[in-house]
Design a protein around this ligand. Sequence first.
Ligand SMILES: [Zn+2]
Ligand SMILES: [Zn+2]
Length: 288
Amino acid sequence: MKPSFEQVWQILQADVVSDAELAKRLGCKPDLVRRARASLGMEPMPLPPSNARMPHEERLMLFSEQRPGGHRRWLGSVSGSGLPVIGSASVARIAFRAEYGREPAGRVQPGCGRRWCVAGPHQTDQSMRDAGGKTLPQGGRPVDLEARARIAEAFKDGPVPNLVVAAQLGVDRRIVAEVRARLHVPRSVRSSSQPKEWTRERFEALTARLPGGHRRWRGRTTADGVPLVGRTETAYRVAFTLHHGHQPDGPVRHTVDCAVKHCVEGSHLNDRRMREDVRALDRAGGVR
Ligand SMILES: [Zn+2]
Ligand SMILES: [Zn+2]
């Protein structure tokens, strides 16, 4: 059951606890805790401080998120070579131990080929790789006929970008490209003169949820990181349209409450008309 704002307020006032931890404890979304905290005028605290005492297994779950295909994306610190770490400990090893209940032999690697994946069942150690039991095709999890059938199904309604299909089904892009070529599906038109049919599902498949209700764009960007959907259209405009149910009026910007650069969460974006309304309210002495 979703906790009430009042319940969250009471706990926040009595206890120092991050959004992620409290959301897990109460079974609600971290965003609810974030909003309750903000409404109390408290400093944001999306994640537990890195020096907090917490079992590694618990930190593993709090600092990662479920992805399609059974993967778990690590949102915490990474080593110099990009591998998930907690302090100096390898998160892959922690996930391996929790999953198999034994010490790994040799190096632990995600068998799915995704370096950021910390899903327990996707971890392999040297003995498993030697046995060949979990040796997966390079860069992807095993792709069976059923997965190929689902890829073919995804192309039934027309040319969808490979990236979208791969993200939705949790399979490697190269497999999608291979199936597409066999089916002779034409290249998808990405020019902004031919707007693509965006659904919330397709859009969200190209994003990753971040603590605090923000969203990170996983698709194309400009050189300085602005998320793009077409050649020139920003993902902000699509996010805005999907959230508000209408096209934005003038430029889309982030609301004052969202300080995450390049966040593509629709509810964190406003257009000119919304900004003018807020200013009019301010002038009238209203409370935002
Ligand atoms: Zn994985
Ligand atoms: Zn945001």
